[in-house]
Design a protein around this ligand. Structure first.
Ligand SMILES: [Zn+2]
Length: 195
């Protein structure tokens, strides 16, 4: 089931929350409903509410920068379009025993860091071949230079947005960011279907 988009009090889109949790926040006065589906009622103990689609928190929540920057494979693979950044094979073309992995361009053993600008998606075969080398040392070349994705890309790269929810992303970040998210989303949907 689709979740509810939670906005900060500043209207910054924060995250998707399960419906029940969204409703609990509203009932407790910690959030207000910004957009709701009035055709679908959700019942609490006593009352029936229209199904919340977008809620806005009453108090401003500070999101620590380290959470925004954390590298996870889910978002790393989405950033790199589920494609090995060395051989260019997408995950659907990998052999049965191969998988996508996280490669450190400058290996950890040689002082490389686990940061967005030093990690890329690599198939297990390329990762094994590269081992503790720099790409140049073993004749391997990156298809794209790794960059840190915008926080909002990370949050929505792997989630489905309804048109109403998308409107708030567009309102806060602009149409360009929304298009990028939708492009990522379509890829991950295609990925799930094929995978
Ligand atoms: Zn590869």
């Amino acid at each position: 089931m689709l979740g509810c988009l939670a906005l900060n009090s500043s209207f910054e889109p924060l995250t998707m929350v399960p419906l029940r949790r969204a409703l609990r926040l509203v009932i407790d006065g910690k959030a207000e409903i910004v957009e709701a589906d009035h055709e679908a009622l959700v019942r609490s103990e006593r009352l029936a509410y229209p199904r919340p689609i977008v809620i806005r928190l009453a108090k401003f929540i500070h999101v620590p920068r380290r959470f925004r920057r954390q590298v996870t494979n889910t978002f790393l693979f989405a950033r790199d379009r589920y494609t090995c950044q060395y051989c260019g094979r997408p995950s659907v073309q990998l052999r049965p025993r191969e998988s996508l992995t996280r490669d450190h361009v400058v290996p950890l053993s040689r002082g490389g860091l686990n940061t967005w600008t030093n990690v890329v998606t690599a198939c297990s075969a390329c990762n094994t071949k590269k081992a503790d080398h720099l790409p140049d040392e073993c004749g391997m070349h990156l298809l794209h230079h790794p960059v840190e994705p915008h926080f909002v890309h990370l949050s929505w790269a792997v989630r489905r947005l309804t048109p109403t929810q998308a409107k708030y992303i567009k309102m806060f970040y602009g149409a360009e960011v929304l298009h990028q998210i939708e492009a990522l989303e379509n890829r991950s949907v295609a990925q799930r279907r094929l995978g």
